[in-house]
Design a protein around this ligand. Structure first.
Ligand SMILES: C[S@@+](CC[C@H](N)C(=O)[O-])C[C@H]1O[C@@H](n2cnc3c(N)ncnc32)[C@H](O)[C@@H]1O
Length: 299
């Protein structure tokens, strides 16, 4: 899920870091295995572009799995997130026992089993996707991005993948399914309001929200590519995710204002829902599933 979880902070570093363990735990093993096998069949330097890269969560997930030698270009329109990459990556490379060398516009990550040069570029993908046209790309990646975008933009993205003849993997596309435990009668209505709110324009034209991942997969297939899709659902509970309570609090504090924005006449019901959900979380009883679709197309 890309957009609704935290209306107040948007894509802040703290929000992206809070959700990262749930994102990584949700990733579909079958698709990642297929990607790793695809990579093993190519010995050469792997050129990777990650769009909407944020703080590099997808890099932290995939880089150790993709071996030697990789070149990553991380693209986002948020210059601040990208500028902080060296500081954000340092504790991660330390935890991996990898060496991180930082220069002005480039990072080098070296480990016995994987290595990469990492660069970054500020691009507004809503208007300037074609700037990626000339960049060498074996693998095009995105994570928690497609549901922000429109049918028109997804057509351009599918066209880019086909013209580049590159493998692509788009992970964690929210698909509209939400399930809370314990359940409340108001959950269903809140979910309807959220899924409608998801369709608001996030800068790419009217968003497809929950249907974006499947729309993109269908477009690639219609234009001749083989596509694999799998679920990659968040399963958030105190037994699965260490910061489960903080993450669930952040999620309801994002969802409640979104629901009110969608239907202000239901404000009392929505605030009551928020209050009851908070109580379940504080008692350690709350569990949340958020549905995602993951899309892989191999070359
Ligand atoms: C939900 S975050 C996901 C970040 C990262 N991929 C992850 O999985 O943690 C969506 C990202 O898309 C970026 N983004 C949104 N609109 C964009 C645009 N028009 N151009 C470039 N990046 C954009 C945001 O800045 C943010 O980093």
């Amino acid at each position: 899920m890309s957009e609704l979880e935290n209306q107040n902070t948007g894509f802040s570093e703290s929000w992206l870091s809070l959700r990262e363990p749930a994102d990584h735990a949700a990733r579909n093993t079958a698709l990642v295995t297929q990607l790793v096998q695809w990579r093993a069949r190519r010995q050469q330097h792997l050129h990777i572009i990650e769009i909407g890269a944020g703080t590099g969560s997808n890099l932290r997930f995939l880089l150790p799995k993709l071996g030697h030698h990789q070149h990553w270009l991380l693209v986002d329109y948020d210059a601040t997130l990208l500028e902080h990459l060296p500081r954000i990556l340092k504790p991660w490379t330390d935890s991996q026992k990898a060496q991180l060398t930082i220069s002005d516009d480039q990072l080098r990550i070296e480990h016995d089993e994987f290595s990469a040069i990492v660069e970054w570029q500020v691009i507004d993908l809503s208007s300037d996707l074609e700037k990626l046209q000339s960049q060498r790309t074996d693998l095009l990646l995105g994570s928690a991005l497609l549901d922000l975008t429109s049918a028109h933009w997804l057509d351009s993205l599918a066209k880019l993948c086909i013209e580049k003849q590159c493998t692509c993997l788009f992970a964690l596309n929210y698909d509209g399914r939400v399930k809370w435990q314990p359940e409340l009668d108001s959950d269903k209505r809140i979910n309807q309001l959220l899924n409608t709110h998801q369709l608001n324009d996030k800068g790419f034209g009217k968003a497809l929200g929950p249907t974006a991942g499947m729309y993109f997969a269908n477009r690639l297939e219609q234009w001749g590519r083989e596509v694999l899709t799998h679920r990659s659902d968040w399963q958030i509970s105190s037994t699965t995710i260490s910061e489960s309570a903080a993450l669930q609090h952040a999620i309801i504090d994002g969802w409640a204002p979104a629901a009110i924005e969608q239907s202000s006449s239901e404000q009392t019901m929505i605030k009551q829902w928020q209050h009851e959900r908070r109580e379940f979380i504080d008692k350690g009883e709350s569990e949340l599933m958020v549905g995602h679709l993951e899309v892989l197309s191999l070359t």
